[in-house]
Write a protein that binds this ligand. Structure first.
Ligand code: AMP
Length: 293
């Protein structure tokens, strides 16, 4: 596996592969790799001739009071895991490689119709920072296919729109969320949870699944959302949102969109922000008499 932190090395290697007709897959990450990340790498390996994984804790997507400084950085074990999986190139840049003119750039890359809701409301720096870094990484890596997790479903939809609107010739793949045995979505931030919080955390996923199923019972979307938000609040979560949305547009259900629904939630458990989402099976939506009340 090639390890590179430099723009020019990366470009030379990838250009060589492309000149030889190789298809290049790319998995952007912030490191502290777990099985969810590694599943993306395996999917890239299965589909592409060469795979690049980036590890970069991106400063521009963190707000001033967020966990940029304390975000877990585990470079050596990450590189070892990537080597074992047969990753071809690990790109581990420093901030000056990604932001050679500093992080206070003049350009904003924004997808407001998808970003000004859900996580975007409480984390205003988050999606502009992600769009900026993904744009820069796409230009540097120049892959054929890029892989993202449905765990961050709003981000996935924003990147799909940005890639299309800005004319990147990159196919975007979204892969299912990997979970612990008790349903908790794998996340680098799960390490922050105390023992007691870790025991409570799977209730978030349980609530999402139950809310989806409840739509079939005839309860309205608003009642289902209110009920499960209350259940989670009473279980000790501080719920940011619990919301049933059209999965393409992220619009609230009832705004005249197709019935392709997904339940989204974000909540603080102690000081740890957890996010998760699940698709509502179509047959449940179709059989839900009160879904649009
Ligand atoms: P991050 O390191 O948090 O920026 O995540 C890098 C990529 O891994 C993103 O595309 C995430 O959506 C994806 N990812 C994170 N957690 C999971 C998971 N539990 N299952 C699948 N993909 C994940």
């Amino acid at each position: 596996m090639i390890e590179s932190g430099g723009r020019d090395d990366l470009k030379a290697v990838v250009n060589g592969w492309r000149a030889a007709g190789k298809q290049v897959g790319f998995v952007p990450t912030m490191g502290n790799l777990h099985r969810g990340h590694l599943a993306l790498v395996s999917a890239a390996k299965a589909e592409c001739d060469r795979v690049v994984v980036s590890i970069f804790v991106n400063p521009t997507q963190f707000g001033p009071d967020e966990d940029f400084a304390s975000y877990p950085r585990t470079r050596e074990s990450d590189l070892e895991a990537l080597r074992k999986l047969g990753c071809d190139l690990a790109f581990v840049p420093t901030p000056d490689v990604i932001y050679p003119h500093g992080t206070k750039v003049k350009t904003v890359v924004a997808v407001p119709s998808l970003a000004d809701t859900l996580c975007g409301l409480s984390r205003p720096a988050f999606f502009p920072g992600i769009c900026l870094v993904v744009c820069r990484l796409f230009h540097l890596v120049n892959p054929d296919i890029a892989y993202f997790g449905e765990k961050d479903f709003q981000k996935l939809q924003i990147i799909r729109a940005m890639t299309c609107d800005l004319g990147f010739s990159i196919a975007i793949r979204g892969l299912p969320t990997l979970r612990e045995a008790d349903g908790l979505a794998m996340s680098s931030r799960n390490h922050y949870l105390s023992k007691r919080e870790r025991a409570a955390a799977p209730q978030l996923h349980q609530a999402l699944v139950a809310a989806g199923a409840e739509l079939a019972s005839g309860r309205s979307v608003a009642k289902v959302e209110q009920h499960w938000q209350k259940v989670l609040d009473e279980a000790g979560f501080e719920v940011d949102y619990f919301s049933i949305r059209d999965q393409e547009t992220l619009a609230r259900y009832g705004d005249g969109h197709d019935r392709s629904l997904r339940v989204f939630a974000a909540a603080l458990l102690g000081r740890t922000r957890l996010i998760d989402n699940v698709a509502v099976p179509d047959f449940l939506v179709e059989s839900a008499p009160g879904v649009n009340e």
